[in-house]
Design a protein. Structure first.
Length: 255
């Protein structure tokens, strides 16, 4: 009881302090680092899953797109995901790594990209049945919680109905247009998108890049060390920025 009260208090305080770093994004401009969009014109397996749950409340995990996604979407690197052409880049970017390096600046116990066990990942398979059952339960509970109570990012804490702010990194084009890469809150944002939310509040995450700017690409890690050219870095940025998940889902036979 005391432990839960401490966690709840810490949660509320942390989210209130984040309010100074809040940015508002259209859901259509939010995507995963694997290129799947939360917008109506894109594709995301969690949003497809919510459609399935809504149509069949008794849906079993192994009957769902969640299970199918983790069985089929098993990329070995980012080149597999985004179908980089062989003449575009001669190096293969590991999962979670881009021309600027990782999204993480200062690794910590909460850093999930570089240190992540990709066998237990929300982003791709393969994943164990027990892990997927847990994910399936989490998104079901979130869906019914937010549908009933609304989205309350600054209040309350429960492991299965967590309503914190969506955390991640901004991608900024040379012309100032922006998109948001989600690192924390993939399930929450899928639920919000499915329920018809048009805009969401986002926050930055300690230890992660806040903004990746296209106009600074000559300062990116793999450009500076000569692994790729400025032109290649620019092309890869544009591929990620413009991705909506439809092409990726089609190539992996998920649509």
């Amino acid at each position: 009881m005391v432990k839960n009260l401490i966690r709840r208090s810490k949660f509320v305080v942390e989210n209130l302090f984040k309010s100074n770093d809040v940015n508002i994004f259209n859901v259509n401009d939010c995507l995963t680092m694997t290129g799947f969009s939360y917008g109506a014109e894109g594709w995301h397996h969690l949003i497809t899953l919510l459609h399935q749950i809504n149509q069949n409340p008794k849906l079993k995990m192994k009957e769902s797109i969640l299970y199918e996604f983790h069985q089929k979407f098993i990329p070995q690197n980012n080149n597999d995901i985004f179908s980089f052409k062989s003449d575009l880049t001669k190096i293969q970017f590991p999962l979670g790594i881009f021309p600027w390096g990782s999204y993480i600046i200062k690794p910590s116990k909460h850093s999930k990209i570089v240190t992540q066990n990709w066998d237990k990942s929300n982003y791709c398979g393969p994943s164990s049945d027990s892990f997927l059952e847990e994910r399936f339960k989490i998104i079901r509970n979130l869906y019914f919680s937010i549908k009933k109570k609304g989205y309350q990012p600054y209040l309350g804490y429960h492991p299965q109905t967590y309503h914190g702010l969506i955390g991640g990194t901004i991608l900024e084009k040379e012309n100032g247009e922006k998109k948001f890469i989600v690192h924390q809150g993939n399930h929450r944002l899928a639920v919000l998108s499915f329920l018809g939310y048009k805009e969401i509040k986002t926050s930055f995450i300690n230890g992660y890049h806040r903004v990746i700017k296209q106009k600074q690409l000559d300062q990116w890690k793999y450009v500076l060390n000569g692994k790729i050219s400025v032109d290649v870095a620019n092309e890869i940025f544009n591929i990620l920025y413009n991705s909506n998940g439809l092409d990726i889902a089609s190539r992996y036979n998920l649509k």
